[in-house]
Design a protein around this ligand. Structure first.
Ligand code: CA
Length: 229
C-alpha cells in the first residue's frame, strides 16, 4: 500500500482526509505539526506523497515542503491551501510543491489529485516497462523506437522497426504476407506482397546471426512469417 503523509493540525479535517485516503487504498501517516511531519518522514522513507497544510502551529507547510525538497526527495507534494489564498499557490509551487488543493475540498477532488500525481510520479517506471518488449536477446523500446540485441543498438529503417514491432508483439503467431502488408504499410497500400519479402530479408540481415538460417524471424512456408524461436 502506498504511504501518504497527511500533515494537518485541524483534527477533523485530518481524519476526513485520512478516512478518504484509506477508502481509496492508501496508507495514511498522520502528523499534526510540521516537526511531527518531518519526524514521520524520517521514520517512513517510503512515503510517496505528502499532503501539507499551510497554516500550522509551528513551522508552516511551505517550510516543510522546502525541507523535504532540500533533502533531495522527489516525493509528490500537494499543498492544502485555504480558500482565496492565491499567494499560497504561487509560494507553494515555488517551494517545490507539485500541486495544491483549495479547502474546502471534496473527497473525490482530493483522491483525484492524489491519483493524478501518483500517476505522474510513477510514469517513468511504469512507462519504461510498458514501452519495452523483450524477446530472447532482443529489447524493443516502442517509446524511442529502438531495437537492441544483446545490449547493442541495431539501426533500423522505419519500415524495419514497424516490422519487428509487429513480430515481437505477436510471438509465435504465423502471419501471412497480406496481414504483414496491411499492418505495416497500411490496408490501402497497393504494392506487391514481394515488398514484404524484400524488407524481411533486410531485417534478417540486421537481426539474425545467419540470415540464411533465420533463428528468430522464421518462414512459414507457403504462408508468411512468424516470430518464432
Ligand atoms: Ca491549519
Amino acid at each position: 500500500m502506498k504511504k501518504i503523509l497527511v500533515l494537518e493540525d485541524e483534527s477533523n479535517i485530518r481524519s476526513f482526509v485520512v478516512i478518504n485516503l484509506r477508502r481509496s487504498g492508501f496508507e495514511p501517516i498522520e502528523a499534526a505539526s510540521g516537526e511531527e511531519a518531518l519526524e514521520k518522514l524520517k521514520v517512513n522513507p517510503d512515503i510517496c506523497l505528502a499532503l501539507l497544510d499551510v497554516m500550522l502551529p509551528d513551522i508552516d507547510g511551505f517550510e516543510v515542503c522546502r525541507r523535504i525538497r532540500a533533502s533531495g526527495s522527489k516525493m509528490g507534494i500537494i499543498m492544502l491551501t485555504a480558500k482565496n489564498q492565491e499567494i499560497d499557490k504561487v509560494t507553494g509551487l515555488m517551494t517545490g510543491a507539485d500541486d495544491y488543493v483549495t479547502k474546502p475540498f471534496s473527497p473525490a477532488e482530493l483522491t483525484a489529485r492524489v491519483d493524478a500525481l501518483i500517476r505522474r510520479l510513477g510514469v517513468d517506471e511504469d512507462e519504461k516497462s510498458a514501452n519495452e518488449i523483450v524477446s530472447g536477446p532482443f529489447l524493443l523500446n516502442t517509446r524511442n523506437r529502438t531495437l537492441e540485441k544483446d545490449g547493442q543498438r541495431l539501426k533500423l529503417t522505419q519500415i524495419e522497426y514497424l516490422l519487428i514491432k509487429l513480430f515481437m508483439e505477436n510471438p509465435g503467431k504465423a502471419m501471412s504476407r497480406e496481414d504483414i502488408l496491411a499492418a505495416v504499410w497500411g490496408s490501402d497500400f497497393t504494392g506487391e506482397l514481394k515488398t514484404v519479402d524484400v524488407n524481411i530479408r533486410r531485417l534478417r540481415i540486421k537481426i539474425e546471426s545467419d540470415p540464411t538460417e533465420p533463428e528468430y524471424l522464421t518462414t512459414v512456408w507457403g504462408y508468411g512469417y512468424k516470430w518464432g524461436y
